[in-house]
Ligand binder design. Structure first.
Ligand code: SAM
Ligand code: SF4
Length: 330
């Protein structure tokens, strides 16, 4: 891996070395916490970064010190010619990671094996087929589970992303922990977060303490693990289990102090934060032949310390100005 000196440094002295690129705002699922019921205004095709532009953007960020790139969406694997893109990105010498709903993962696992993409965040909110249909509004559960097994059999590093919603899947917390007994995977419990149009209400959320208590009441003592640098979750293990679990407590205990993440939307807008309401257009200047370095280095200076300024609580007048999660790329 080529390491470049980090040059994207915010006013809190945080070097930004991790880029999350949304390849598309299209998706083959309609998870209710992500995609607003009324749908979203899709990015018009001419405004979507081409594959060549994504590669060029990645090269620019890499030269400014980004060493890790996560591909996300929408559903990244529905992007046309995804295979070509990921092979080209691998040649840039950055560490590639992926977040996917797993529906078409089988098409790409051999390629991932070949290019060394092994870190896959796999969204799975339930182990119940009927509930999966309720959450995603589509019936792909069997395929998703087959692809999960296939990925594990190929020794991919799998993190299961589970967004917890009260009364929907919170009764499955310990079923997911049971999966970690014999399977070498990580379950990431994610607190329900607010975005434009997702009818967020923290009364529907399940917080870190409640998650830990639920697990402890069934499995007893939980070991706390050392969190890797820049980790967005606090990490734990049930004694004797092969796998482990983490909690992404963005709402009750945000992990912003050490943030090193930048986001790029499918239409080439740089976001300093998942909750940022302001964006920096990189695509138009790129198309005009402008060098992006200064634009990026200056854009990061407006990054707030935490949650785009929502330090104390989530504010509707703020997050309703943001995009919907499906078009940010979680
Ligand atoms: N389609 C891919 C997938 O589902 O993995 C990638 C994009 S999706 C937006 C990325 C992650 O964001 C998923 O794990 C999803 O569960 C999470 N997510 C979406 N909406 C969320 C919300 N309101 N709160 C917390 N996490 C959310
Ligand atoms: Fe699609 Fe992922 Fe959002 Fe579900 S969470 S609607 S799979 S982008």
């Amino acid at each position: 891996m080529i390491e470049h000196t980090p040059k994207i440094i915010d006013n809190f002295g945080r070097p930004h070395t991790y880029l999350r690129i949304s390849l598309t705002d299209r998706c083959n699922l309609r998870c209710f916490y992500c995609m607003p019921e009324e749908g979203i205004e899709l990015i018009e095709k001419p405004n979507v970064m081409t594959l060549e532009e994504i590669i060029e953007m990645t090269r620019t960020f890499r030269d400014l010190g980004v060493h890790t790139v996560r591909l996300t969406g929408g559903e990244p694997l529905v992007r046309k010619n995804f295979g070509f893109l990921v092979e080209e990105l691998a040649k840039l010498g950055v560490k590639l990671k992926l977040t996917t709903n797993g529906i078409v993962l089988d098409k790409y696992l051999d390629l991932f094996d070949k290019i060394g993409l092994r870190n896959i965040n796999f969204s799975l909110d339930t182990l119940d087929k009927a509930k999966s249909v309720f959450i995603t509004k589509r019936d792909f559960y069997d395929r998703i589970m087959q692809n999960l097994e296939l990925s594990l059999s190929m020794d991919m590093n799998i993190k299961l992303n589970m967004v917890l919603i009260k009364g929907v899947n919170d009764n499955e917390i310990n079923d997911f922990i049971a999966l970690t007994k014999d399977k070498d995977l990580v379950v990431k419990f994610i607190e329900f977060m607010p975005f434009k149009g997702n009818k967020w209400d923290w009364n529907k959320g399940v917080g870190r303490e409640e998650i830990l208590q639920t697990i402890e009441s069934k499995f007893g003592h939980i070991e706390e693990l050392q969190n890797p640098k820049h980790s967005t979750s606090s990490n734990f293990k049930v004694k004797g289990h092969k796998g482990s679990f983490g909690i992404v407590s963005t709402i009750t205990n945000p992990f912003c102090d050490d943030c090193n993440r930048i986001r790029l939307t499918a239409d080439g807008k740089m976001k300093n934060c998942l909750f940022a309401t302001s964006e920096t257009d990189l695509l138009t200047p790129m198309r005009n032949g402008t060098q992006l370095d200064d634009l990026i280095i200056n854009a990061i200076k407006s990054k707030k310390h935490a949650r785009d300024g929502m330090e104390v609580k989530m504010e509707a007048e703020h997050y309703e100005q943001n995009r919907s999660m499906i078009s940010i790329g979680g």
